[in-house]
Write a protein that binds this ligand. Sequence first.
Ligand code: FAD
Length: 510
Amino acid sequence: MEVSIIVDRYDAIVIGAGLGGLSSAALLAKNGLSVLLIEKNELPGGCATGFIRGRFEFDASLHSIPSMDMMGKPDNPYPYFEELGLTKKLEFKKLPNVYQSVFPDFEITLPVGRENIEGALLDNFPKESEGITKIFDRIFATYETIKKFRKKDPSLTQEELQKNVFGYMGKTWGEILYPEVKDPRVRAIISQLWVYGFGLPPKKMDYLTFALGSAHIYQFGWNQIKGKAPTLVNAFVELITEYGGEIRLQCEAKKILTEGDKVKGVLTKNDELVKSDFVISNSNPITMTLDLIGADKIPESYFSKLRSNEVGISLMGVHMGLDVPHSKLGIDEFEIFQNDHYDTDKIYDKAFTLEEPEMQFITTYNLAYSNYSPPGTSVIVLSAPSYADPWYTLPPHKYVEAKNRLADKLITKAEKIAPGLREHIEVVEVYTPLTIMRHTGNHGGTYGGFSYSPAGSSPLRLPPEGPIKGLYIANAWGQPGCGYINCMLSGRNAAKRIIAKMDKPINYVK
Ligand SMILES: Cc1cc2nc3c(=O)[nH]c(=O)nc-3n(C[C@H](O)[C@H](O)[C@H](O)COP(=O)(O)OP(=O)(O)OC[C@H]3O[C@@H](n4cnc5c(N)ncnc54)[C@H](O)[C@@H]3O)c2cc1C
């Protein structure tokens, strides 16, 4: 091993400045630990990044986050963000609707709130009233029971836990939904969030994850962060430096060093050896185990855990800066799910091909903040589920042809909702799963780490403790799961474990 310089002054090193890494570094630094955060890219954020084309600034990933209006939500993240000092630096706006679902012959907008959503569905599908009521009762019974469980509510009985939670372990959402609801339209509408964060259709999606996530969204809706994802990332960077932490960009970890069964530090790409007894990896667990540590040092039980689930789905999409306001195109919903038909399971199967996607979601950012783009313009992003596998096989020129061909099809599809869209494109940028993979290093370009099959439900995801003593993980692959809020919580969980092990006095944050 070649070493050009040895540094020995950090209590902890964090590899990767995605949201898990930023959150853990901020909490460690706030608690008085000397922390070094290293990031291979020239900008922090990982998936939570943005880019500029012409006069437009785009969010690369952020559409919205589950509402922060969540008192009583299990594992409520708001107090954590508040104590970290993050909420002082950010503004959130609540979106009025959960989503709009559009099909060739039908469309519906679901407003925030269980009663409102159920009401909208019952008005439109009176013949399915029994099934709709039963499925909402079931989802919310699971949600409320998990909430009680996490809050250690003394009124929670073993019988209730068994009936509403344990009895569903290993079951898919489809197994629960299909026997109760027969109308394919209702099935598709209630399952619409499959593509948004969960990434699997009813036939494969873990019931418990779907029930917990969707009940919260139905009840409380979405927030948008004012100022795009980089505002959040910059707030973290400010906090980390204000609390005395250090951040180095364009600094890739080449190795995580071990001695016996313990972590000893990190070797960077510049052959700088940074010693520390504690390392947090925001880098994905496949790179972490195979490249950064080495398979011979990893217990087989950890590999069995990694093999017990699949890498999650990715997305392809089209970012467009338009020379007209969205209202000129007739778009008045922030998030529109545009489906070619009602068979969600079949729509999912298309994500393994380079054929035209049978659904996309259309995000109109100016509907959250009217000044999202320069006056008189608007930003619309089209996104469709896609796995990396078919993209891998293409030689470079065919890759460009395929991404432009599919982008063109998505734009044509969107024109059914927004006639004239194409004529108003001032700038356009297309991304695929390979774009996300190149930027974050995540296998398959997954935005969510492991898939949310029953094997990937929150408690079964990777725990914060890594395979070597002193090594922790903070990212979408671990508990509690993917998405902006979950990844920030994964950072909190990893940092808390290190803080608990420090023998010097610390200013502990809950
Ligand atoms: C297109 C898209 C849309 C999305 N929309 C939403 C949304 O609307 N709402 C929502 O909540 N979530 C959304 N997500 C999901 C969310 O962005 C991710 O789940 C989350 O940001 C992942 O964070 P992470 O902590 O796992 O880190 P990642 O984002 O995976 O970042 C990991 C970081 O580690 C760095 N790294 C890796 N290896 C090394 C190394 N060896 N040395 C140094 N650095 C290294 C990488 O460069 C990267 O910066 C979206 C994602 C995508 C891609």
